[in-house]
Design a protein. Structure first.
Length: 118
């Protein structure tokens, strides 16, 4: 059974930084794509960034480029999202997700709250 557990959320002032972690377990993820999404109150869930274990390929939403960095530690089966220069509009619940390369986002974590004060 796949399990994704996020941690690292919290309250930070505008301009600050947070690092989110997603610990994955339940299978070998070498052929999976790992991603981060977020959902702000009253808004749809949106893509933030994705990371492919094989080749360490990354992909970012336009708002995340230059401020957020996704990375992974294969030995720990953990994916990180380093967020710098946080803005109040980054306030949301951040979710970790996983999918096989040719499939949709099937596995989701429970989410971690990120709040940015102005």
């Amino acid at each position: 059974q796949v399990q994704l557990v996020e941690s690292g959320g919290g309250l930070v002032q505008a301009g600050g930084s947070l690092r989110l972690s997603c610990a994955a377990s339940g299978r070998t993820f070498s052929n999976y794509v790992m991603g981060w999404f977020r959902q702000a109150p009253g808004k749809a869930r949106e893509f933030v960034a994705a990371f492919t274990w094989s080749g360490s390929r990354t992909d970012y939403a336009p708002f995340a480029k230059g401020r957020f960095t996704i990375s992974g530690d294969n030995a720990k089966s953990t994916v990180y999202l380093q967020m710098n220069g946080l803005k109040p509009e980054d306030t949301a619940v951040y979710y970790c997700a996983a999918r096989e390369r040719t499939a949709g986002w099937r596995y989701w974590g429970q989410g971690t709250q990120v709040s940015v004060s102005s």
